[in-house]
Design a protein around this ligand. Sequence first.
Ligand SMILES: NC(=O)c1ccc[n+]([C@@H]2O[C@H](COP(=O)([O-])OP(=O)(O)OC[C@H]3O[C@@H](n4cnc5c(N)ncnc54)[C@H](OP(=O)(O)O)[C@@H]3O)[C@@H](O)[C@H]2O)c1
Length: 337
Amino acid sequence: MEKVVVVTGANSGIGLALCQRLLAEDSQLRLCLACRNPNRAEAARSALLTSHPDAHIDLLHLDVGSVQSVLSAAQEVKARYSRLDYLYLNAGIMPNPQVDMKALFKGLFSSNVINMFATAEGLLTQQDRLNPDGLQEVFATNLFGHFLLIRELEALLCQEGHTSRVVWTSSSNARRSAFSMDDMQHSRGTEPYSSSKYASDLLSLALNRRKNSEGMFSSVMCPGLVMTNLTYGILPPFFWTLIMPIMYFIRIFTNTFTLTPYNGAEALHELFLRKPESLDPRAKYHSLTSGLGTNYTQPRQMDIDDGMAEGLYVKLLDLEKAVRRKLSQENSDMESH
Ligand SMILES: NC(=O)c1ccc[n+]([C@@H]2O[C@H](COP(=O)([O-])OP(=O)(O)OC[C@H]3O[C@@H](n4cnc5c(N)ncnc54)[C@H](OP(=O)(O)O)[C@@H]3O)[C@@H](O)[C@H]2O)c1
């Protein structure tokens, strides 16, 4: 039977590279590109069809940062497919990144240079804002929209006699110190990206605790440092071009500089092949590239615990209720006008 795979944020970078790799792995896949921009989605589909002319590629309009869009997209998925095998939660944003240039130049010539690029610790802050749903934009896009999507698709993901897989594109930038249970949307801090990625690590653990018995298995991965639209938003492309020889040099000594989207998608591809029972729910699967350019995947234990994971899950359920209540109120207000 053909496998059904949905990938969010599939039109560029790591998501698009994953799609290429999955089609090369299994030409019988039914691949669904879930993207917010129809033109970019169509361009991605055409590019994939150029290398895989017989592939089954569907498009799905999904703005994962909008509650209404997530609900509509989920309805569409349920109408189209009778089950889901893989749900790759890859869409992500890092808006208005501010780089501490002093720390960057200091770090470039220090022994901390690899860790600095790998985790962006002490280097990167972002300016977040409220979205039209009244949620913090980074939280809504990187975490909550995906949570809602899973909730809406539970009937497809949890079917008797069938296992399904949820795979989060997390980051090494996910840090416990950036996340607070009292402010899970990170409305008061300056590291919403790090907070949202740490929350995805926690959520994955909670999903495994709650849903493994129903056949759903969740994993998190880190693509390493990859040159994509996201990284080109952090520093201008000319800067990256300038330091690229240094980056390739550093890669001789580290393995987290995967640099290309193809390499960055290594762990996503590996997780596609792995049996769910073999997965460690407390590990983050890292895409790594050796100095000689060989790709491999390595699981590394995450700094997470069950209590926090469960606490976050309950808070997300509460927020989901509030969001649905607000939406139905708005809809009935509109009808009565
Ligand atoms: N690049 C790295 O070094 C790195 C490192 C660690 C983790 N990551 C993670 O990797 C994932 C992929 O990022 P990337 O590096 O490949 O960057 P990218 O090329 O910018 O890809 C991000 C994708 O997410 C989509 N997206 C953003 N907001 C969306 C929304 N509201 N609804 C639907 N789709 C949305 C983008 O669509 P548009 O084209 O319409 O914007 C794009 O397709 C992200 O989760 C990112 O946090 C990247």
